[in-house]
Design a protein. Structure first.
Length: 318
């Protein structure tokens, strides 16, 4: 029988790093026995780059693991988006997440730790530090990269002092000061941004349900978004993100970090206008409509803005 730590399909650096850390030091999380980190889907170019720097291996397989005893989930507690081999019959011992969601389709676990920080890796690292583990240089490094990646180098509103403090503390184990860590994280982000925008959109997808409403939400944080969106075939992207038979509303959030704005596309026209009206109410800076895109004059992140707003709109709380 095996114990597995995993995340959602096509996990980002935060999910991968957090799972690797828990599998390396399960006792710090009151998990008994041997644990393996196993991932489904594909890893994005940024994550692959970070892992390759230290020759860190991450097991990616779309095969169904055999003889599963228990599961731990990181960077998600939504049932939508999990590997297909995870059934409701599995015993989930622990979930560590940083996404506050009003979704009705969540996973039950013996313990749920869901706190408002910039990255799940921050919570995982705090456990390791507080339990006095001598963290390996590789694990400390990949946790640092996860924190910086998930907070876009501490530029998002979801960044907390806990994220900043943990990054510095991890540097003691990785031998990377904050300046060096930032430099390495920027290199990884450049690898990601060199990927065609449509592939990035298809590679970072999370699914949510609020009552009868199902949403497919993709997010990409990049540069020169206003110039790059013209190359997108929105019809093709919508079809790939949510085939007709799944009847989900598609939301694409393109965040232009340097220019401090977000471009949001919603395939359902009426819902798009509801979202625009809610954005006018919810924030002091007024949004604009540019063609099929709602443009917010600030950085709007999936976790802190998009998902909470979708929940309120779905529940007619506007």
């Amino acid at each position: 029988m095996v114990n597995i730590v995993t995340s959602y399909v096509n996990p980002d650096t935060d999910g991968v790093a957090s799972a690797l850390a828990i599998a390396a030091y399960p006792s710090s999380f009151h998990l008994h026995g041997k644990w393996d980190a196993v991932f489904s889907g594909v890893l994005n170019p940024e994550t692959k780059h970070f892992l390759s720097i230290r020759n860190i291996e991450a097991s990616v397989s779309n095969l169904v693991p055999e003889n599963i005893n228990s599961l731990t989930l990181v960077d998600t507690h939504e049932r939508n988006g999990l590997p297909k081999w995870i059934s409701s019959d599995f015993h989930v011992q622990l979930i560590i997440d940083h996404h506050m969601s009003a979704s009705s389709n969540t996973v039950s676990a013996d313990r749920l730790i869901n706190e408002e920080v910039g990255a799940a890796a921050t919570i995982v690292a705090e456990f390791l530090i507080q339990t006095g583990v001598s963290i390996s240089a590789d694990i400390a490094y990949v946790l640092q990269m996860a924190i910086l990646s998930n907070t876009s180098l501490f530029s998002t509103s979801s960044t907390t002092q806990r994220d900043r403090d943990v990054l510095t503390q991890l540097g003691i184990f990785s031998n990377l000061d904050n300046g060096t860590a930032f430099f390495m994280a920027k290199q990884g982000r450049e690898k990601l941004l060199a990927t065609p925008l449509d592939k990035l959109i298809l590679g970072d997808v999370k699914r949510f349900s609020f009552g009868p409403h199902n949403y497919v939400v993709s997010q990409v944080e990049g540069t020169n978004i206003s110039d790059r969106i013209h190359s997108l075939s929105l019809k093709t992207l919508v079809h790939k993100l949510a085939p007709v038979e799944k009847s989900s509303t598609v939301v694409i959030n393109l965040v232009d970090i340097p220019n401090g704005c977000s471009y949001i596309y919603i395939d359902d026209t009426s819902f798009r206008h509801l979202f625009y009206e809610y954005a006018r109410i919810a924030a002091s800076s007024l949004p604009e409509m540019k063609g099929d895109w709602v443009v917010l004059p600030y950085v709007a992140i999936r976790k802190t803005h998009i998902i909470p707003w979708l929940s309120k709109i779905a529940n007619n709380a506007i």
